[in-house]
Design a protein around this ligand. Structure first.
Ligand code: URA
Length: 198
């Protein structure tokens, strides 16, 4: 297992287009012994500005859904498939995902989470190495080998999907509820969805 310094990339010039578009490298945040590791696609404008994943609108949606599931952002680790903002917020390209993969694998080995939660199509397909119909497969748990180690991966829609399509909000919340249960970390006192059961 590595140390957190291994997870923190301070210098990288592997992707010329991203070196041009970024203002900084955005590393993962959260405890190095977190039970849940959330993986997004890549930094957007807000993340690039603040140097932290999911701090913009998608971040607010994520924080709300975490709370509903009885989870706290400070107890989970959050990272991205690529650590530099792609130009015009385009999807990261295959070679960019590949260039950044070793950093993600190092972070994964260090955190060694109970469950990885992939937020959206890009991280789901990147880590499962197959095409994924995220809306249909959200909430599904898969066993996958990543860098030689067996991992449990839970597919989720991206929080931004709930902004375009309200019906995805429930899909998103259900996936996070399942993540909390799988990791055994849901706060039994908290969570709107728990109250709904009474
Ligand atoms: N969307 C992502 O996939 N990652 C972020 O960090 C922010 C928005």
């Amino acid at each position: 297992m590595g140390t957190m310094e291994d997870c923190c990339v301070t210098e990288c010039t592997r992707c010329p287009a991203l070196v041009d578009s970024r203002s900084r490298i955005v590393n993962g945040v959260g405890p190095e012994d977190a039970d849940l590791l959330f993986v997004g696609e890549g930094p957007g404008a807000n993340e690039d500005e603040h140097g932290e994943p999911f701090v913009g609108r998608s971040g607010s949606v994520l924080d709300d859904a975490l709370r509903t599931a009885g989870l706290d952002r400070h107890d989970i680790r959050i990272t991205n498939c690529v650590r530099c903002r792609p130009p015009e917020n385009r999807d990261p390209k295959t070679d960019e995902l590949a260039n950044c993969r070793s950093y993600l694998e190092r972070e994964l080995a260090t955190v060694d989470p109970e469950v990885i939660v992939t937020l959206g199509k890009v991280p789901s397909e990147h880590l499962l190495e197959r095409s994924v119909a995220v809306t249909k497969e959200a909430g599904d748990l898969e066993e996958v080998r990543i860098d030689g180690a067996p991992r449990r991966l839970l597919i989720s829609v991206h929080p931004a999907a709930t902004l375009y399509d309200r019906s995805q909000a429930e899909t998103f919340e259900n996936a996070l509820q399942r993540a909390a249960e799988l990791a055994g970390v849901a706060d039994s006192e908290g969570g709107q969805s728990r109250l709904d059961g009474f």
